[in-house]
Write a protein that binds this ligand. Structure first.
Ligand code: MG
Length: 392
């Protein structure tokens, strides 16, 4: 995405709905699918397209915090507050662009259609070269019929009947003109009908069944299942040992633990984080911590191991995956881990950007046997479970 101002293509994602039919006590655009909010799915789909220059997210008044939380570090999103209806929200976004001297074209999209394939964007923008508006549509496969109070009526001729989807693409001046001319006391079904009412031609391109609107609890379950079918569960194991010595700090799971000794090593020697990093790299099949952060390299001397964990986390993201679960066991005679367990889980969850209930920290002694039992060192074992996209 090129953060240029001026012309180009602007995506407007309308996420101002307040409908909670999908459950969860929050509007559906903020509910997660496969651990990622619907709005974030929609944003990422737009952001993945090289044709899109900027993304504007329109939320309802009072939804700014929920939207920022859903978008997390997607800081390139411009967030604006829309109106009481979808039409007013889109108009607010168009006025925002015009106020900033931005022209070119817009893709007006509903956050509730989060699975937008790049090919649909390409079709729309190609069609827009020859017309003032373009929308994705699908033919209707089911028989259509009227009905009244539980009794079937006449069949409706479905020839020429289309299912209309978003995003809908327009030249900005065209759709702004259509919005400004539309009577304020009437609601529109979508932007394309407003463009038509203002006398502009709107072309149709092939839509995508994946673009169907997500509305009900069943829609959410179906979307979860679809994503799950395209992903594989991968498990990795990690193991590490560091020596306990005088005059060192004891870092475990990114937490400074008060103790009369600490772990020695090239970095901060956080044995538990090292085991988690190796577990994650194992699940990715991308080597081990020593391959990425060689102890022979002076730049890692005294380094905070949190950096290694962030590296592994970002590798998962770069591969299109998610971290499902991390489980680490610390093996030592002392100190006691129990009092620090919650802080360790919280720190791991923070570094991995996952919920604390996806992080487990356990500890055991070895009944005074072996190096751990004699207090000569601390060992850690970890298992990481990732979801990674299938390559075939
Ligand atoms: Mg190590």
């Amino acid at each position: 995405m090129r953060p240029t101002m001026g012309s180009g293509v602007t995506a407007i994602i309308v996420a101002a709905g307040s409908g909670q039919r999908a459950g969860g006590g929050v509007p559906k655009q903020f509910r997660p699918i496969a651990g990622k909010p619907v709005l974030a799915h929609a944003f990422d789909a737009m952001a993945a397209s090289r044709a899109i220059d900027r993304i504007l997210v329109v939320v309802g008044d009072g939804q700014q915090d929920a939207a920022r939380q859903a978008l997390q570090d997607r800081t390139s999103a411009a967030l604006i507050v829309g109106g009481a209806t979808r039409r007013e929200s889109v108009l607010a976004a168009l006025e925002y662009l015009v106020d900033r001297g931005i022209d070119g074209s817009v893709l007006i999209h509903d956050a509730a259609r989060p699975f937008l394939a790049p090919v649909v964007i390409d079709r729309l923008l190609t069609a827009l070269k020859d017309t003032s508006g373009a929308i994705p549509v699908l033919a209707v496969a089911d028989t259509l019929a009227r009905g009244h109070e539980g009794v079937l009526g006449d069949v409706v001729d479905r020839s020429g009947v289309l299912r209309v989807q978003t995003p809908q693409a327009f030249a900005i001046n065209v759709i702004l003109d259509a919005h400004r001319r539309w009577p304020a006391d009437r609601e529109a079904t979508d932007d394309a009908q407003m463009a038509r009412a203002a006398g502009h031609a709107v072309a149709t391109v092939e839509g995508d069944a994946m673009l169907d609107k997500i509305t009900t609890v069943a829609d959410f379950h179906a979307a979860e299942a679809r994503i799950a079918a395209a992903m594989s569960v991968r498990t990795g194991f990690g193991y590490d040992v560091h020596r306990l010595v005088e005059k060192e700090s004891l870092w475990l799971c990114g937490v400074l633990v008060p103790h009369d000794k600490g772990l020695s090593g090239h970095s901060d020697a956080d044995v538990a984080l090292h085991a988690v990093v190796d577990a994650m790299l194992g699940a990715l099949a991308e080597g081990d911590i020593g391959a990425h952060f060689p102890p022979s390299d002076p730049k890692w001397r005294g380094a905070a191991s949190a950096r290694f964990l962030e590296f592994a986390r970002d590798r998962v993201t770069a591969r299109g995956g998610t971290i499902s679960h991390v489980d680490v066991t610390i093996v030592c005679e002392a100190p006691k881990i129990g009092p620090h367990r919650d802080a360790m889980r919280a720190r791991l969850a923070e570094l991995l950007k996952i919920a604390p209930d996806r992080v487990s920290v356990k500890a055991t002694t070895t009944e005074r046997l072996g190096f751990a039992g004699r207090g000569e060192g601390i060992a850690a074992q970890a298992v990481a479970t990732l979801n990674l996209p299938n390559l075939d």
